[in-house]
Design a protein around this ligand. Sequence first.
Ligand SMILES: NC(=O)c1ccc[n+]([C@@H]2O[C@H](COP(=O)([O-])OP(=O)(O)OC[C@H]3O[C@@H](n4cnc5c(N)ncnc54)[C@H](OP(=O)(O)O)[C@@H]3O)[C@@H](O)[C@H]2O)c1
Length: 248
Amino acid sequence: MPKTAIVTGASSGIGRESAIALCKAGWNVVLAARREDALNETAALCGSAEKCLVVVGSVADEAFVKTLFSKTVARFGRVDLLFNNAGSNAPALPLEDMTLEMFQNVISVNLVGSFLCAREAVKAFKSQTPIGGRIINNGSLSAHTPRPNSAPYTTSKHAIAGLSKSIALDGRAFDITCTQLDIGNAETPLTARMHMGVLQPDGRRMAESTFDVAHVGEAVVHIAGLPADVAVPQFTIMASKAPFLGRG
Ligand SMILES: NC(=O)c1ccc[n+]([C@@H]2O[C@H](COP(=O)([O-])OP(=O)(O)OC[C@H]3O[C@@H](n4cnc5c(N)ncnc54)[C@H](OP(=O)(O)O)[C@@H]3O)[C@@H](O)[C@H]2O)c1
């Protein structure tokens, strides 16, 4: 029986690429994000109408997240994988210029959205037969070390580390595993500016190298396909020349 994955933020970038890779590997894929047209494009790229379900809404909306999971179970019978990928960022500003709204928006999508989706996933994992399932939380290199002027994003991604460890610990008895996936400079709309020069901790602007996002899709398929008795607590994939090691 094909397994079923929910991918949030499936309308572009890493989410789109991972959804396509999962679908090509035989998974049913539920595509969630706010832009319906872009989600339909992802579904078309997946190339299998019966294996895809588009559900439109914001992961920061509790009612939407509940609907996302109930629609998934109604259509495919169970949930085997949640890829908590939807993410947002704030303008790069010194802390004193950051508005509460900017900070809360990033926390609402990156952290609260991941919590809401994880909570519904765990409910589904515990109530299905056989029990269990896998969650992959999209962290970042910024889950370890900040870029300049990035307090909301860095805070949200550091918090993803705690959420991931808690899910993994509390889920252990129920065949629930959780991975924190830390990506560095995959080529997506989010990282398009990397080639133009990015502010470094020493004040310089420097173009940074990126890598083909297809490799992230392959990594997600690999982790997702592991048996329930194998856990991958952390997985880092980055452009080999990204200035992460030694950042700062
Ligand atoms: N690219 C990298 O190198 C890199 C590095 C580290 C971490 N990441 C993480 O990877 C994830 C995806 O980033 P990306 O590079 O693929 O960027 P992207 O192309 O901008 O994708 C972001 C996705 O999140 C969705 N999204 C944003 N707000 C949402 C909301 N409220 N509800 C539902 N979906 C929402 C967007 O869809 P809609 O606009 O249609 O809602 C879009 O599909 C993020 O969590 C990001 O922090 C990326």
